[in-house]
Design a protein around this ligand. Structure first.
Ligand code: AMP
Length: 220
């Protein structure tokens, strides 16, 4: 069962994806990570993307869809998670066509819910490993690294994302409400949507997702 995560910023899509990769052998495809990799290359294209992301705006559908389709084509024979795509109705329709083209029918859209204040706290406390991409959080005991500023997994350096400041977070959250949340109805109408609350922390959220996936696998 492939997964599409739909959620407000900082709901925990990346954290849940990492747990699914570790325990259930999923391949994690994050459009945000693909864009950040372009920025790291230091090209003109990367600089253009950086300007958009640091304002909390969405990059164009053309750019992101091209990046996504290349990656998806190369991993489509594995169980995958889409994290960060689709982010608007146009992308949801494009994804539907890509799935048809690649003959992908087995998927579920998982909506991770979170209230705005908690999401803001998670965003402002989030630190990411510059080496392996693992995510931690300074404000939540169960997500703190063992040693401040150092990745538990690879000893890499932890730092905040440039778009995890208060102002950019608010723009991203509003963009989510205006542009991304209609995608929920799109998948609901297809009978593909399940809702998972993230209020009780990452472990509880993961347990609920795992239960859903296991029952879907039994049903299919
Ligand atoms: P994320 O890592 O998913 O929080 O994404 C970080 C930023 O990358 C977003 O705020 C957008 O600027 C950009 N981005 C990621 N995915 C998409 C997408 N599907 N469409 C447009 N922009 C995206």
């Amino acid at each position: 069962m492939n997964i599409i995560f739909i959620a407000p910023p900082a709901a925990g899509k990346g954290t849940q994806s990492a747990l699914l990769e570790e325990h259930m052998n999923y391949k994690h495809l994050s459009t945000g990570d693909l864009l950040r990799a372009e920025i790291k290359k230091g090209t003109e294209f990367g600089t253009e993307i950086n300007n958009i992301i640091s304002k909390g705006e969405l990059v164009s559908d053309e750019i992101i869809t091209k990046l996504l389709k290349n990656e998806l084509t190369s991993i489509k024979d594995q169980k995958f998670i889409l994290d960060g795509y689709p982010r608007n109705l146009n992308q949801a329709e494009t994804l539907n066509s890509i799935f048809e083209e690649l003959d992908i029918t087995n998927y579920l859209a998982i909506y991770l819910t979170i209230d705005e204040d908690t999401a803001m706290k998670r965003a402002l406390g989030r630190v990411v490993c510059s080496n392996c991409g693992a995510t931690y959080n300074k404000y939540f005991q169960e997500m703190k690294p063992k040693q401040e500023g150092i990745c538990d997994k690879c000893q890499g350096t932890l730092s905040a994302r440039s778009d995890d400041n208060e102002e950019t977070f608010k723009t991203r959250f509003n963009t989510y409400l205006d542009v991304t949340s209609p995608v929920l109805d799109y998948y609901k109408e297809k009978g593909k949507l399940v809702v998972v609350d993230t209020a009780n922390g990452p472990e509880n959220t993961y347990t609920n997702i795992e239960k859903i996936l296991k029952s879907e696998d039994v049903d299919n």
